[in-house]
Design a protein around this ligand. Structure first.
Ligand code: GTP
Ligand code: MG
Length: 192
C-alpha cells in the first residue's frame, strides 16, 4: 500500500461524541511518549500532521486522520503518563475503553512499545485487555534507531515473549530512520 493522501479530520475530547465515519479504523495505542504521533507522521510522509512532543502526555484527545479516502488512523492518548493527575488517568481510561469497546469500525490496533526496553506492566495489561475483547493487534516497537542490529533481533524476541505473541506479530520501527515502514504498511493492508 502507498499512502497518497492523509488529512487530519477531527479531535474529540468526549468519547460519547465520536462519529461513525463508515470507514475501517486502525487505532494506535501505547505509553505516553512512545512515539505514536511520530509513527503516524512517518507513515503519511508529513512531519507535522500529528503533533509530537518531547513532553509526555501531549496527545490528550482522540485524533482521527483519514488516509487515502479509504480508512482512518486513530491516534489515542498515551497511558502511563507519570505526571498525570488521578482524574486525568481516570478520564484517559474511560476514553480509551469507550473507544475500543464501542467503535463500530475498529479493524485493528497497533500497540506501540519502546524497542529498547521490556514491555512494561501497563503494556502487558493493555495487551491482555485487547486479547480479552478479541481485538486484533500488531505490536509495533518504536525507536529502533537507538539499537544495534543484534539488539534489534534480540529485543524483538523478548518483546514477543513478554507480550505472548509470535515474533511475526512484532514490527521493529523507527520514525526517525524510517525503519519498518514497508512491513507495517503491508501489515495494515490485511485489515482494511
Ligand atoms: P503522547 O502523545 O504524549 O502520548 O506521545 P506520543 O506517543 O505521540 O510520542 P511522540 O510521537 O510525540 O514522540 C515522543 C518523543 O519521542 C519525541 O521527542 C520524538 O521525537 C521521539 N521519537 C518518536 N519516535 C522516535 C523514533 O523513531 N526514534 C527516536 N530516536 N525518537 C523518536
Ligand atoms: Mg502523541
Amino acid at each position: 500500500m502507498l499512502i497518497k493522501k492523509a488529512e487530519f479530520v477531527k479531535s474529540y475530547s468526549v468519547v460519547s461524541k465520536l462519529e461513525d465515519y463508515k470507514m475501517p479504523e486502525v487505532a494506535i495505542v501505547g505509553r505516553s511518549n512512545v512515539g505514536k504521533s511520530s509513527l503516524i507522521n512517518m507513515l503519511v510522509h508529513h512531519n507535522k500532521l500529528a503533533k509530537t512532543s518531547a513532553t509526555p502526555g501531549r496527545t490528550r484527545l482522540v485524533n482521527y486522520f483519514r488516509i487515502n479516502d479509504a480508512f482512518m488512523l486513530v491516534d489515542l492518548p498515551g497511558y502511563g503518563f507519570a505526571k498525570a493527575s488521578q482524574e486525568e488517568i481516570a478520564k484517559w481510561g474511560e476514553m480509551i475503553e469507550n473507544y475500543l469497546k464501542n467503535s463500530k469500525n475498529l479493524k485493528h490496533v497497533l500497540l506501540l512499545v519502546d524497542s529498547r526496553i521490556e514491555p512494561t506492566a501497563k503494556d502487558i495489561q493493555m495487551m491482555n485487555w485487547l486479547y480479552y475483547y478479541n481485538i486484533s493487534c500488531t505490536v509495533v516497537a518504536t525507536k529502533a534507531d537507538k539499537l544495534t542490529k543484534s539488539e534489534i533481533a534480540k529485543n524483538k524476541k523478548t518483546i514477543a515473549s513478554t507480550l505472548k505473541v509470535g515474533v511475526h506479530n512484532v514490527i521493529m520501527t523507527s520514525s526517525d530512520k524510517r525503519i519498518g515502514e514497508d512491513e507495517l504498511l503491508a501489515r495494515l493492508e490485511q485489515f482494511i
